[in-house]
Design a protein around this ligand. Sequence first.
Ligand SMILES: NC(=O)c1ccc[n+]([C@@H]2O[C@H](COP(=O)([O-])OP(=O)(O)OC[C@H]3O[C@@H](n4cnc5c(N)ncnc54)[C@H](OP(=O)(O)O)[C@@H]3O)[C@@H](O)[C@H]2O)c1
Length: 248
Amino acid sequence: MKIVVIGGTGLIGSKLVEQLKAQGHEAVPAAPNTGVNTLTGEGLSEVLQGAPVVVDVSNSPSWADDAVMEFFRTSTTNLLKAEAEAGATHHVALSVVGTDRLQESGYFRAKQAQENLIKESGMPYSIVHATQFFEFMKGIADLATEGDTVRLSPAGIQPILSDDVAAAVGRTAVGAPVDAVVEIAGPEAFPLDELIRRTLAARNDPRTVVTDPQARYSGAPLEENTLLPGPGAHLAETRYTDWLAQQS
Ligand SMILES: NC(=O)c1ccc[n+]([C@@H]2O[C@H](COP(=O)([O-])OP(=O)(O)OC[C@H]3O[C@@H](n4cnc5c(N)ncnc54)[C@H](OP(=O)(O)O)[C@@H]3O)[C@@H](O)[C@H]2O)c1
């Protein structure tokens, strides 16, 4: 089956394309450097020809509030219109567990706008909500750093390996549209401050993590369960501590 992967050159997209090809699918990576741009529409109708399934794992190059909202609104609108014209029958998108609980964040308001456009489009869809990727833990530390101090909430986080995300998105893409959100997460939850403390120690990073229940995540306050998946989530097998040990 032909499956177009928008953002197919990114972290999740490149793994997804590889995994789908290994399963015998015609997986086509689509991104600006393959000649497809969802913001301008360049190359979009051409690449979507003959593809029943389109997976969107793109991300905005800028996470500034206005830029990220403009990215997800415009790219999703262009993509859904082009899919309808090309005769696609399943739109799959990757979003984030807790998006609806993180609406004080500009990034998550933009992800919510993306999800709302999909739900209102009339196109059969599946939205996969993943928790934070293992590879993103250093990014979380960097975003929370002032000087040598990393200020983080002790709220729960249950990260997942990018390869496991790609596998779950791939399974969703080859299945029937669910017209709903499905959740995926790693096998273990940790206090966010403690997880980043362990991550920095394993990397010999000298920054100090300070526990602060009021510290915001991407601009939004965290409750204990804000970032955690619900009881029906599919849990992947790879453990963060095993992965971290292999990295160092
Ligand atoms: N980070 C996390 O922990 C996390 C957790 C859950 C869900 N997510 C979601 O996962 C998704 C993928 O994240 P990722 O880390 O894999 O992203 P990434 O590595 O930053 O890759 C982004 C992809 O989007 C492409 N792209 C950028 N602008 C585009 C445009 N105008 N038209 C078409 N493609 C464009 C990029 O192409 P170029 O390389 O050519 O620029 C790249 O292939 C995001 O939507 C994010 O919200 C992330």
